[in-house]
Ligand binder design. Sequence first.
Ligand code: C2E
Ligand code: MG
Ligand code: MG
Length: 754
Amino acid sequence: MKKLTAEACLWPHVVRVLEQERPENVISKTVFAVFCGSVDEGEFCGLACEHDIVRHPSWIFADLTEHRPLLAVTPQTGVQRALAVMDEHRLDVLAVLEGQKFIGALTRQSILEALLAREKTLLDESGRLRGQLACEHEKTKDWAEKLSHLYEASRSLLGVLAYTSLKVDLLQTGIEVLAKLLEVRYGAIGILDRAGALEHFIYTGISPEQAEQIGHLPEGRGLLGAVIKDNVSLRLDDMSQDPRNVGFPPHHPAMKSLLAVPISLSGRVYGRIYLCDKVSGETFTQVEEDIALSFAHSLSLVLDNAREVEEVKRARQRLDYLAHFDPLTGLPNRTLLNDRVTQALTHARRMQTRVGLVFLDLDNFKLINDTLSHALGDELLKVVAGRLTTCIREEDTAARLGGDEFVVMLANLGHGQAAAQVAEKILKALETPVTIAAHEIFISTSIGISIYPDHAQQTDDLLAAADAAMYHAKKQGKNNYQFFTAEMNAEAKAYIKLEKHLRRALERDELALHYQPQIELESGRVIGMEALLRWNNSELGMIAPFDFIPLAEETGLIVPIGAWVLQAACVQAAKWRQSGYSLKIAVNLSSRQFLCGGDDLLTTVLQALEYSGLPPQMLELEITESILMQHLETTLAILEQLKAQGISISIDDFGTGYSSLSYLKRFSIDTLKIDKSFINDIATDANDKAIVAAVIAMAQQLNLKVVAEGVENREQSAFLRGLGCHSVQGYYFSKPLSVELAAVFLQDHRQEDE
Ligand code: C2E
Ligand code: MG
Ligand code: MG
């Protein structure tokens, strides 16, 4: 505060007088300023006051001033200083001079009065300030109240979030609270989806009818687009003046002022809030912008939280889905199937009804998967799943257990036979070939059926029974269905055990080859040997090829086993050759070996030949008609490569497949092996005889060699010889022999030959 100076404290009752004048009628408290010459222009001589005059009533002013020093202060002298001068010189009055010029006089009273006046001003000022403060306080209180509302609103947002998963509810509450708080006519919240498109648009201040008229959501161009794009607030007194403004859509009420803030958190923009036109007509203030921003921040926290909750929820739903459904086909998985079966059993127990389980395993699926591609295999499974669902009622469940295994649960069955009808329906539904990526794929399935309460009481047992029946169906030649029987259980168990052992057969050296001689009928010479696989397991005993080769094929074990057979057979043939026998060695191939990529087979064959030193001309590979027909082009290409090496090819079990004789022309085949089933009754059955005769005639025309398989007696042999059959193989000549016995056989026949 500025100090109080002399000029601010001048005594108002000063009378200018000339020095020669004599005081008369002195008014109390008057101070006389004495001049010589002129009261206005003259020289200031000093001051005289009432007190002096009373003491010297006859003196003129010159006398009254003459004997005292002329003391004075400048107008700028502080009052403290002036008072000090007066005290020091015992003065009642003190002159104030600017240079020589008289300005006025100070008295104690004038100083005091000035001080008081100043005090009053200060008090007034402080009073005014206090008043102002009080007013500010009111305002602050008002804001505080609004802020607390805002806080309440945020809290209620959180509350809403806790009670409803509907984000829209939350936003509606939010915008209404904010619009009321800031007293605006119109407010809206736009929320973006993950891709940045407007997902929710929540407004207040526009009637639903009006909103409907406007019709579409704001596109986020123009001003509001800028809020999102640049993550900035906008506070405009008149939107129409902003160059970014693109105008309102049709039917949109006109609005002038705008306050728009982004709803963002850590740089991630969730949307925007905007408010238009205050009810009072005023423009938006910085404080209001701060409030809107603070609100947007609260909202962003809530949205961020909501989005997180949503993500967690979605992830949980996904996990839940994965726990119960097969993601590939969308069918229930094993877990859900188990649940449903258990439920159905409970119900059936109460209602005295039946429950059927239809267990499917696609035939040759592994083959398809390995040959074509896994992606294609997946597609196929989807098609199968689709077809399955068309075969069942709503109350039934089709589930995928994994791989190519499906189970259909038939709830509330009246009688078991109904399950057979479903099985037939399924077989039929799968009959139509599936076309995927230009491949026409033929599928079939083996089906096992178990019925509660006939076959089992509990879910697991019922499932195991259906599985066992399915194994049996496979063994029956696939593409059929079988009801469970008690024997099947043992059979299925044995099958599983077999698989376990087969996996170790190679490393444990349990496999061996036996050789069955092939005899040229004309000369009676041994012209070849067929290598036939034997498996001697210490626990299971001697296992016949028919019992383990399908398993080896299914499990893929046939590939390493087949490679072993090829090598062992070639090594043996090379040994015989060294011993002077000119024998072709015939080796059986399974379709799986062709399908693991033909290169592998070719490499395996060539390696076996190289390792053994056997000339390719001494090797004959036996394939069945079905191998030939299954993958025509691939197989043809591989066969041609094998043929190019000098290896011969024969068709095994000829007559049992779907062969048409015409395709034989396409393949460069060397030998047809007529299946044993045609030979069995050849001497008595006219049909068989006719077929065999036709095959032999045709083979001669195509320049193919014919081997008759399974010749068991002299009669059959004689008959075949009569038909001009080139060679034979069968028990009549020899059973398949171990290496040692084969040596003996060869020895015997060499003697015969020689
Ligand atoms: P296959 O190639 O048709 O072999 C002929 C089967 O008929 C052999 O059965 C043989 O012992 C049997 N057999 C021969 N002559 C007679 C006869 O006069 N009467 C009767 N009742 N049977 C006769 P095996 O050794 O049990 O082999 C069965 C099948 O297993 C073979 O049929 C062949 O398809 C398959 N197989 C054998 N070894 C292998 C192999 O190394 N690899 C592959 N992929 N399959 C093999
Ligand atoms: Mg064979
Ligand atoms: Mg055969």
